[in-house]
Design a protein around this ligand. Sequence first.
Ligand SMILES: Nc1ncnc2c1ncn2[C@@H]1O[C@H](COP(=O)(O)OP(=O)(O)OP(=O)(O)O)[C@@H](O)[C@H]1O
Ligand SMILES: [Mg+2]
Length: 603
Amino acid sequence: MPVIRELPDELISQIAAGEVVERPASVVRELIDNALDAGATQVTLRLLAGGVRSIVVEDNGSGIPSAQLTLALKRHATSKIASLTDLESLDTMGFRGEALAAVSSVSDMSIISQIADQPHAWRIDARTGEISPAARSTGTTIEVRELFFNTPARRKFLKTDATELAHCVESARRHALARPDVSFAIWSDGKLHDQWLAASNPIERIAQILGDELGRKCLALNHTVGMAGITGFVGTPDVARSRADQQYCYVNGRYVRDKVIQHAVRQAFADVLHGARQPIYVLFVTMDPARVDVNVHPTKIEVRFRDSRDVHSAAYHAVQNVLAAPRSGTDAQFVRPEPVEGFIAQGFDKLSSNGGAFYRPEYSQQNRLQINEAQALWQPSSAQPSSLQLVTDTNAHPKVSNDWMLGRAIAQLQGIYVLAENAQGLVIVDMHAAHERIVYESLKNQLANQSEQRIASQPLLVPATFAATPEEVASTETHAETLAQLGLEISAFSPKTLAVRAVPASLFNGDAVALARTVLANLAEFDNAESAETLVEEARNELLSGMACHGAVRANRKLNLDEMNALLRQMEVTERSDQCNHGRPTWRQISIKELDNLFMRGR
Ligand SMILES: Nc1ncnc2c1ncn2[C@@H]1O[C@H](COP(=O)(O)OP(=O)(O)OP(=O)(O)O)[C@@H](O)[C@H]1O
Ligand SMILES: [Mg+2]
């Protein structure tokens, strides 16, 4: 018979520490948390061998009174909360009284601390508990040597010093992005590795940490929905990355990884970013601490929202709005003219100057059919005569002035680019990409005005079958109604095979299996009623995007100047017109200064 025995205290502590301390970077995170909780405005991190040999964090915070040094090292001893209800108004990073105890149980740790008005500082050796006089100014120095020296199994899991160093630095970056008012210095093996002086604003801090280019190319956002407020910054789509390594998310100042926010941002970027590209963002969610549970993960990296819908919606709209707002295609600042009153961007042939022949793209008879169908489905019944009139006027007397952001068309290059002249110099427009966006946004607007909530569906003569996972099969049953709304009919053919029996009429010629797979993958992600709506929205946009590509003017189509000018004017009033549906830029500015440089004028 196995015998039940109590574990020795030390082993209990070490097991508990395993949850909190995974690697040197976890220690760095906990120690900087503590420094910031103590009100520090300067934090210095010193690492030896990537933090494996030694981690020192020095701060100029309030310090720990000598009489409390012993207590600071005890498990479940904290100055930050006194009762469970204090968790409901938490405004500190710490609350468990666990970190120092955990770290000290798997390392050789000491604390030197000085509070104001104490004759000198005191040092405590965590292993022996011995307290002795020491010297330093007000604040705290915590030294952690030989992490995991007494738990070799864990030490074996550490990576190279360089990798551990990178994780430690990343941990400091997370803190620093949220606290531009605090100065940070990081020393590695005696050399200054990074220094971020207190910044006067968050963008300056973003530039310090994530680079000057991002500093110039980040967009500030701010949005509140219900209980959730979001502020922060997103990088413009052209600085998106292949890895999701610059996505920072904070809840009430605490760095977290949160699926709700990640999803909302991804969805907001879906229109302007290629699937594989990863946006850059630094987002801060603020909400009543009573409405977010920070005590769900041992390292506090995850939180649970009571109002996750509000959080999703705030994040989605915050990002979506800022991406939709007009911007110039370069770093230079342009003032976009206000859209003419009553002017709403319309589909391609609504904006023509010659009764509909304008901008008629070179689509095949088949495509033409699809476009007409789409219009029949989604076009609002009442046309917009006043806006048509305005456009016709503009084209009839091309009084293009310097006020037009994209200037006056001068030529078409190789059947691909439109060249225009504005006050800053030369504008180059990728005509297919730009027009694709215009058509897409216009279709989207039309759909938004349509009360019909179901996409017209067309049965396939021969169902398209594909091998499916059990989740996919289950999804088709659970979400049959949503699928029907999307114009899709998918059912089980065998336990491991699904059959697509009907697809949206406008996508009849598309890849039915690819479409089905995409929708099912999305469905699996959101298994609740709210998301079904979101999903319909997303999938519709995908459909529209495909149609826009068919509908947009093709390369090698000759445009006359009026047509080119009309394209420029449409771009100026179309949301997100500076990116095509795949996130590529639609236009670029080349300034006179850049042209002068090219020809070495004025040197
Ligand atoms: N750098 C510091 N400056 C001042 N006081 C500190 C510092 N580090 C720790 N303390 C004190 O020691 C206590 C214990 O710290 P510890 O990190 O173990 O727990 P905590 O921060 O309260 O909670 P958590 O386990 O969630 O981090 C803190 O509550 C705080 O009073
Ligand atoms: Mg702490």
